[in-house]
Design a protein around this ligand. Structure first.
Ligand code: HEC
Length: 419
C-alpha cells in the first residue's frame, strides 16, 4: 500500500535580498561577507522565535514557525535589526531583505517542505519591497490583534498554478510608515484616530485605489517610491492655477500644453534617448488624468511605433523587444502651483535581460533631468519597486496596466503604431 504523504499546517517565512545580483556584480567578496553577517542576525532571530530554517540557497532563506504570531514578530525584528546593520553601510552596499509570510498546508519530506503553502510565501516575498514584509490574509487574521504594528491591505494577487488570488497585506513596522498614516487618519477624526493611536490595525480604504497604492501612504518618505522625489530634486515651478480643487479636463490639457516643452527640455538632460523624443510618439490618453498609483499626479501615456499594440489595451499581448512606453507627470498642488513630476519609462529589452520581469527595463527620470534609476543599470535597486507593482498586472498582460478606460484613446487602426 502506498504510504500517505505527510502534511502539516504551518507558517512559512520566505526572505531574500533585494537587488542581490547587482550587489554581487559590483562587489562579490564584500557582498558575501555582508550576507554572512546578515544571515547570522536572521538565523539567531529565527531560532529565538522557535522557527526552523528548512531551505534557501544563496541569498534566500526559507523557515517555518509553529505560529503566525511568532513568524511576524520575528520578521519585524529581522527588519529592525537589519536596518541598524545597514545604517553603517553606504547606500549601494545595503542588504535589504524582502520577506513574505504565509500560513498554509504543506507536504513534508526529509525535513523539507513543499507545496502551495511554500510557493505562496515565495510569491509574497516577491511582492514585498526592499526592507518590507508582506503577509497573506490567513496570517493577517491571526496576527492583527496580537502584533502591534500597522497593516495595509494591498489587494488580491495571482500566484502561478494557484486558482484563487491571494489577499495580501503589507506590514507597517517602521515609524516612518506609520507616522504619515496617523497624521492622515487624525484628520478623519473619531474612531479611526483611536484605532491609529492604539497602533492596532491601520486599514486603508478598500477598492481599487488601495489595491494598487494608497494615496495616504505616498507621503511616507521611503527612498524607493515616488514620494521621495521632491526631497531629491526640487521640482520646477511653472505657474499657478486659480482653482486647483476644481480643475476641469480642459484645464488639465491647457496646463499640459503650456508646460510640455519645459518638461521635455529638463527630462532630455538625462541623456536617455527617449526622454527628448517621447512626446512626439502617439499619446494613448485623451486628457491628462490623475493616477493614484503614479504619485497622485496628472499623467500621460505614450508608446513608440514598435509598441503600437499598446493601443489594443487588454488584448495587446506580449510587446516586442524595442517597445518603449513613456509616462510623464505633473502635479497641481493644493495652493495651485503646477510642478512637473518624474518621467517613467518601460522598455522591452532582448530576451534574457530581466527574465523575472518579462525583460522590461524600468527607468525613472526626475523632473530636473537626473536619472533616478534604471533596471540593471545605475540606481537599479531604486526602481525595483516599479516591477514589484507592475508584476501584479500579470503575465497575460505583459506586466502592463494600461490606462483607465474613460481616458483611453480608441484608434481605428490600433497596433499599427504611431509615427
Ligand atoms: C503601485 C503600483 C505601481 C508602481 C509602483 C509603478 N507603477 Fe507604473 N503603472 C501603474 C498603473 C496602475 C499604471 C496604469 C494606470 C495609471 O496610469 O495609473 C501604470 C502605468 C505605467 C506605464 C504605462 C504602461 C502601462 O502599464 O500601462 C509606465 C511606462 C509605467 N507605469 C512605468 C513605471 C515605472 C518606471 C515605475 C517605477 C519608477 C512604475 N511604473 C511604478 C502602477 C504602478
Amino acid at each position: 500500500m502506498e504510504r500517505e504523504v505527510e502534511r502539516r499546517l504551518t507558517t512559512i517565512l520566505a526572505a531574500d535580498v533585494a537587488g542581490y545580483s547587482r550587489l554581487m556584480s559590483e562587489d562579490e567578496e564584500g557582498t558575501l561577507a555582508r550576507l554572512r553577517q546578515a544571515r547570522e542576525i536572521i538565523d539567531r532571530l529565527i531560532a529565538r522565535h522557535n522557527g526552523r530554517v528548512f531551505g534557501g540557497a544563496g541569498d534566500s532563506v526559507m523557515a517555518e514557525f509553529p505560529s503566525p504570531v511568532q513568524a511576524v514578530r520575528c520578521a519585524v525584528q529581522i527588519q529592525q535589526e537589519l536596518e541598524r546593520f545597514n545604517a553603517d553601510l553606504p547606500e549601494a552596499r545595503r542588504m535589504l531583505f524582502r520577506i513574505g509570510i504565509n500560513l498554509g498546508d504543506v507536504m513534508v519530506e526529509n525535513g523539507n517542505l513543499f507545496g502551495d503553502g511554500v510557493n505562496i510565501a515565495d510569491r509574497l516575498q516577491g511582492l514585498a519591497a526592499a526592507g518590507e514584509i508582506c503577509i497573506a490574509d490567513g496570517v493577517y487574521q491571526q496576527v492583527r490583534n496580537k502584533v502591534p504594528v500597522g497593516y495595509e491591505r494591498l489587494g488580491r494577487y495571482s500566484v502561478r498554478h494557484i486558482a484563487e488570488p491571494v489577499l495580501v497585506y503589507r506590514v507597517l513596522a517602521r515609524p516612518e510608515d506609520v507616522r504619515p498614516l496617523r497624521r492622515a487618519l487624525a484628520r478623519l477624526g473619531g474612531r479611526s484616530r483611536t484605532l491609529a493611536l492604539a497602533g492596532v490595525v491601520l486599514l486603508l480604504a478598500g477598492g481599487v485605489a488601495a489595491w494598487l497604492w494608497s494615496g495616504l501612504l505616498q507621503k511616507a518618505p521611503r527612498p524607493e517610491d515616488f514620494a521621495a522625489i521632491p526631497d531629491i530634486a526640487v521640482p520646477t515651478r511653472h505657474f499657478r492655477v486659480e482653482n486647483p480643487a476644481e480643475l476641469s479636463e480642459a484645464d488639465a490639457l491647457t496646463i499640459y500644453d503650456r508646460i510640455i516643452d519645459d518638461m521635455v527640455a529638463a527630462y532630455r538632460k538625462s541623456g536617455d534617448p527617449s526622454a527628448g523624443t517621447y512626446y512626439r510618439w502617439r499619446r494613448y490618453n485623451t486628457v491628462p488624468y490623475l493616477s493614484a498609483t503614479h504619485g497622485r499626479r496628472y499623467v500621460n501615456n505614450y508608446a513608440n511605433a514598435r509598441a503600437g499594440a499598446y493601443g489594443l489595451y487588454g488584448r495587446a499581448g506580449t510587446l516586442p523587444a524595442g517597445s518603449i512606453l513613456a509616462k510623464d507627470a505633473f502635479e497641481v498642488t493644493e495652493n495651485g502651483d503646477v510642478v512637473t513630476g518624474p518621467l517613467t519609462l518601460m522598455e522591452k529589452m532582448e530576451p534574457g535581460f530581466n527574465p523575472e520581469g518579462r525583460d522590461w527595463r524600468y527607468t525613472m527620470i526626475l523632473p530636473d533631468g537626473t536619472l533616478f534609476g534604471t533596471t540593471n543599470g545605475p540606481g537599479s535597486g531604486r526602481v525595483e519597486f516599479c516591477q514589484n507593482c507592475h508584476i501584479a498586472a500579470g503575465d497575460e498582460h505583459d506586466h502592463l496596466f494600461f490606462i483607465p478606460k474613460p481616458y483611453r484613446v480608441r484608434f481605428l487602426n490600433p497596433g499599427e503604431g504611431g509615427d
